[in-house]
Write a protein that binds this ligand. Sequence first.
Ligand code: FPP
Length: 245
Amino acid sequence: MNEKKTNSAGERLDRVPRHIAIILDGNGRWAKKRGLPRTAGHAAGAETFRKIALYCRDIGVEYLTVYAFSTENWKRPDSEVKTIMRLLDKYLREAIDTMERDGMKMRIFGDVSGLSPELRALAAETDGIADRIDGFQANICLNYGGRDEIVRAARRWAEDAAAGRADGELTEELFSRYLYSANVPDPDLLIRPGGEQRLSNFLLWQCAYAEFYFTDVLWPDFTKEELDKAIEVYRSRDRRYGGVK
Ligand code: FPP
């Protein structure tokens, strides 16, 4: 399906990553540079997410996973956390109204028990719709931490194994099914805008073989052309998965 797709310059794309993961970073600095409150940076960042998600769908990417709010982000000022939650509320409602029409699923990865009852209900509704449609899937990591995800998965498998519901011999494949990302292939390409070069507890298990791409561009300034550049770099990399060619 990827063969027929073209990028923003109209060039044919023949090796598009199946799954792209992005750490949404730089919203605060983007706002500061413009003399705006940090919250304005998050609003701009959320719009960039919308644009990039639609572009990913159009060029034949099958999965996009973004890091929107970590288990550590609760330490931010109350007003900033409230704004991010309000934005997520808005985008989830919009997704609920448009997912079927646009052939685009949205799912939440993270500990939803820590969210407000309203957001929890929206996440459940979104999941229900996503279960019955096919197509591009955008995963929003919310109240998410990579180590937390692994510990939760281990606990759930141990409970299942003790109750005789799961195979007592744990394999990588079986363990993967206990992660938020069960049924989603691992990311091929991980992008971090905003100038930092670290993983920040994002998709620790799933990024074992991902290609990393870092850029100084702040997330709200990230464009389709920036994504084309990242994909170009990805296509030039030699993925060996520990083997030799
Ligand atoms: C990191 O930038 C960004 C966040 C912690 C929040 C990201 C959230 C959104 C874009 C809102 C909703 C998202 C979706 C997907 C609808 P930062 O604040 O750490 O920036 P800085 O490093 O420049 O301070």
